[in-house]
Write a protein that binds this ligand. Structure first.
Ligand code: 9PG
Length: 522
């Protein structure tokens, strides 16, 4: 164990090797920078009060590192930082993968789970110390690839899983000459999560769909979640030994979605790696060149692996196999991805939770105190607080909206989200061309073509050409629920631990989408 006093003589930056490191602070800091585990987990500056435990527990593996889900003290995956009254920032960040940072009173502590590792320590201006940390990470894991930022139409945020071949083909035609680079088919095409073949809604198969996209002059993009599977999949039934188990021999729960329990592949198992490589080759052979690989966190969950290596290394080895098999020329967007272990292997990374057509969600964000829930406010907050990653991967803030149907965002909120996409230089939307007015279509075209000069003037304020844009409205976390809301939150949190309750909520949501789809005149 290494202990250092943070005093006047402290170097402005240094690298220290230690399995556990304590920085003694001269006084209690004012705020702590929490850096969540994977794309959707919270990244934010908070005061030092404990945050309520996110609910429901059943969903924890999809939202936070389950190992630290109940930690009350301020903490973060790989990196943490404190801010003092005078505005000075002190950052402690690991340069290895199995590390966690914690604020213990006036001690900033970093710990590697297995053995020694490097720590980067720097103090001074916030933007500067994070940028230096990113430089050091880049040296070790690889810097951002030089592919052009793609402009993407993605099916998810209008149609969710209610996609089908004929509807998508009509949309691809209707997008016309809008300057998209990629048309990306999201969740809903596959037989099951784990069984990556076209389902009955895609009777001509996936190669035909990719051909159709390419015939419109665009790159074909596809969503998959290759590292997890639902319990009812053929993959899980046929290869239960490929899935991650805990020390008691039980399958490690990887969350609950699609009305089912999720399990994760053990990427230290040679047969799993062969299967992953074959899957990537298959998808490329169909003609998809842009791959959004999602729910990647699954293979970084704790468990007893086939080979005894740290879970982050197990995950990274799996990701290497995926990357190699898809080829360097494919564009790889990592989503639901543990942040540090994905660096250097993907072209772009989602760095926040999903956006939605609402600014906040009373049930999920507030009653359940869940900052990973899909809302535009949650997405902007975490994305802005992760922009320091941009030298390491293209940063995907998720889609923007131009539509005015099926949406409760105000025009200011929609603009803020569009400005975030400009800041990230990653432009995507799911708006249906059939539902856009002429003016909205014009604005979308301008947005896709616009290449402004961006300057960050303070952590949340940017100059976009001559406009000043302040993202502060998205920064506050909801207040922990009190009174009646707290009671409702408790009930909702308990119900949320029952798969059937989540299934009912999901079915209600899908029902709304199906109704919307029927109204769609195509
Ligand atoms: C497809 C979607 C979209 C989206 C991804 C991801 O239950 N959950 O907690 C949950 C979180 C995120 C999520 C879906 C479910 O979204 O970010 O863009 O591709 O999967 O299913």
């Amino acid at each position: 164990m290494t202990t250092l006093d943070f005093n006047e003589a402290f170097p402005s930056e240094q690298i220290v090797s230690a399995s556990s490191l304590t920085l003694n602070l001269p006084r209690h800091p004012k705020r702590f920078y929490r850096h969540g585990w994977q794309s959707w987990s919270l990244a934010a500056w908070t005061d030092l009060n404990p945050l309520p435990i996110q609910k429901p527990t059943l969903l924890h593996p999809m939202q936070i590192d389950p190992v630290y889900a109940k930690e009350k003290r301020p903490h973060g995956s790989w990196v943490g930082a404190v801010e003092f009254e005078n505005g000075e920032i002190l950052l402690l960040g690991s340069l290895g993968l199995d590390a966690h940072v914690l604020l213990n009173g006036s001690h900033l502590e970093g710990k590697y789970k297995a053995g020694n590792g490097e720590w980067f320590i720097a103090h001074g201006d916030g933007l500067e110390v994070f940028s230096k940390y990113a430089d050091e990470l880049g040296k070790r894991f690889g810097e951002r690839t030089n592919k052009a930022a793609p402009r993407v139409w993605c099916s998810w945020y209008s149609l969710y899983t209610a996609i089908d071949e004929s509807m998508l083909c009509k949309i691809f035609d209707e997008l016309g000459d809008l300057p998209f680079d990629v048309l990306q088919v999201d969740d809903g095409w596959q037989k099951k999560i784990g069984d990556w073949e076209a389902n009955e809604k895609f009777p001509s198969g996936m190669k035909a769909l990719a051909d159709k996209i390419k015939s419109t002059g665009h790159k074909a993009g596809l969503w998959l979640a290759p590292l997890i599977a639902v319990k009812s999949s053929k993959l899980f039934r046929e290869h239960p030994d490929w899935f991650l188990k805990n020390a008691r021999g039980k399958f490690v729960p990887a969350g609950f979605n699609w009305g089912e329990q999720l399990y994760a592949l053990d990427t230290t198992h040679p047969a799993v790696l062969d299967w992953l490589a074959a899957l990537m080759k298959q998808v490329r052979a169909w003609g998809f060149d842009y791959l959004k690989l999602d729910f990647l966190y699954g293979s970084a969950l704790p468990g007893r692996h086939h080979l005894e290596i740290p879970r982050e290394t197990a995950y990274r080895n799996g990701l290497k196999v995926l990357r190699e098999a898809m080829g360097k020329d494919a564009f790889f967007l990592a989503c639901g991805a543990p942040i540090l272990p994905s660096l250097g292997l993907c072209d772009a990374m989602r760095i926040g939770p999903d956006v939605s057509a609402a600014w906040e969600d009373h049930l999920e964000s507030i009653l359940l105190y869940n900052p990973t829930t899909p809302t535009t406010k949650n997405a902007i907050r975490t994305t802005i607080n992760r922009l320091w990653l941009s030298p390491l991967a293209q940063t995907d803030p998720d889609v923007v909206y131009f539509r005015s149907n099926e949406i409760s965002l105000t025009s200011d909120q929609k603009s803020l989200l569009q400005d975030l996409a400009l800041v990230c230089d990653f432009r995507a939307t799911s708006d249906l061309p059939q539902r856009l007015t002429d003016d909205q279509r014009k604005s979308l075209r301008l947005f896709l073509e616009y290449k402004p000069t961006i300057k960050q003037t303070s952590p949340y304020v940017f100059k976009i050409d001559e406009r000043i844009v302040d993202f502060s409205p998205a920064m506050p976390l909801p207040k922990p629920p009190a009174g009646f809301d707290a009671v409702l939150g408790k009930i909702a949190g308990c119900l949320g631990n029952y798969g059937w309750a989540i299934k009912i909520v999901d079915m209600l949501k899908l029902n709304v989408i199906e109704k919307m789809k029927k109204k769609l005149v195509i």
